[in-house]
Design a protein around this ligand. Structure first.
Ligand code: NAD
Ligand code: IPM
Ligand code: MN
Length: 352
């Protein structure tokens, strides 16, 4: 079989630290499972921007389009406004490759102390299906009369039937394969256009999945309930912005941003999907060698799963599970240890 071709964009801050640390164990997992992959590294990001005024080349998406998958570290740099860097690199890939399913699992692993009292291993295990190409991130709007008293900024959200139906359907399909419970997140008490429309779509799609129990939750109440009763959630489906916010809550109740993986998936063959840790470039710890690489390793597990390489996907996921359950294993400071990124990966490799 030919080797998979994977584009790797380490990006900014701790992005290169975690991406480079994880590559050897990812290669081990592939080799053990009997397949190979080639990586092509793209040094796109804010250093490039500071040098030549662009985060990636004009034909960046064309260059990525032939790959089987994409792995990204993080984007964001203290010296350049975030809307410039993110709209220059990460967001155009999600949108350009129509990666409309942003899949973010939140699992409380054995050996991880949740900040929630009384919660232990396995008590939290849900996945957020975040709409990833439109909604509040559609960039519809503008800013006029800069600097005047009557300056106006408009930031609209765009919800199409096609865009909403397909993420809702993907979430129902996931729920049908899991515990059969779907929670739809809206703010339809205040946002009477977009979110009432979202409710209507959920009702329509629900008819196709009679076995799935549907709960509707307003996003403010959902933020509360993810802390009050996270054990009751199975699959959550949310708009782009609400999904973004709730997945940071999910990461923290399951231990750390450093443990939360994600996939930006375009189902089908037309475009590559992209996998990345949920966290950002973490400028507060960059260069210290203490970034947790496990979110990156788990994101590679999701990448292999998407390619159908279940053996390698499980091996990586199980190595992480095994390491976290071992109280003598090295761990990074975000989850209560004193070890560095390299020591964690070295230990992880011995567990494959
Ligand atoms: P962040 O995720 O970078 O950091 C939040 C907190 O979590 C920090 O205290 C950080 O040290 C910690 N943290 C994050 N990842 C960690 C890891 N692997 N190990 C240990 N600790 C970790 O979020 P932020 O501080 O809000 O944003 C920083 C920059 O990253 C900004 O420029 C932001 O726009 C960008 N960002 C990018 C992405 C992305 O590329 N997908 C995601 C979120 C934020
Ligand atoms: C994430 C990030 C991005 C998002 C930002 C950096 C644009 O927070 O991947 O969760 O909002 O999607
Ligand atoms: Mn986020």
């Amino acid at each position: 079989m030919d080797a998979y071709e994977i584009a790797v964009i380490p990006g900014d801050g701790i992005g290169p630290e975690v991406v480079d640390a994880a590559l050897p164990i990812v290669a081990d997992a592939a080799e053990n499972a009997g397949f190979s992959f080639e990586t092509t590294r793209f040094d796109w990001g804010t250093e490039r921007y500071l040098d030549r005024d662009e985060m990636m080349p004009d034909d960046g998406l064309d260059r990525l389009s032939g790959f089987d998958s994409i792995f990204l570290g993080a984007v964001g740099h203290p010296e350049v406004p975030d809307h410039v860097t993110l709209h220059g690199l990460l967001l155009p890939i999600r949108k350009g490759f129509d990666q409309y399913v942003c899949k973010r699992p939140n699992v409380l692993f054995e050996g991880i102390e949740s900040p929630l009292r009384g919660y232990g291993a396995g008590d939290v295990d849900f996945v957020v299906y975040r709409e990833n190409t439109e909604g509040e991130y559609a960039s519809v709007g503008g800013r006029e009369h800069r600097g005047f008293d009557h300056e106006t900024a408009v930031q609209s959200a765009l919800f199409t039937r096609r865009g909403t139906e397909r993420i809702v359907r993907a979430a129902f399909e996931a729920a049908a394969e899991r515990e059969g419970r779907l929670t739809s997140i809206t703010k339809s008490n205040a946002q009477a256009h977009s979110m009432v429309f979202w409710d209507d779509v959920v009702e329509d799609v629900a008819a196709e999945f009679p076995s799935v129990e549907v709960e509707r939750l307003l996003v403010d109440a959902a933020a509360m309930d993810l802390i009050r009763r996270p054990h009751e959630f199975d699959v959550l489906v949310a708009s782009n912005l609400f999904g973004d916010i709730l997945t940071d809550v999910g990461a923290q109740i399951t231990g750390s941003m450093g443990l939360a993986p994600s996939g930006n998936v375009h189902p089908g063959e037309s475009y590559p999907s992209m996998f990345e840790p949920v966290h950002g470039s973490a400028p507060d710890i960059v260069g210290e060698g203490v970034a947790n690489p496990l979110a990156t390793v788990l994101s590679w597990s999701m990448l292999f799963e998407e390619l159908g390489e279940i053996g390698a996907a499980d091996a990586l996921w199980n190595a992480v599970t095994d390491q976290l359950a071992d109280e003598d294993a090295p761990r990074t400071p975000d989850i209560g240890g004193t070890a560095g990124t390299g020591a964690v990966v070295a230990d992880l490799r011995s567990r494959l």
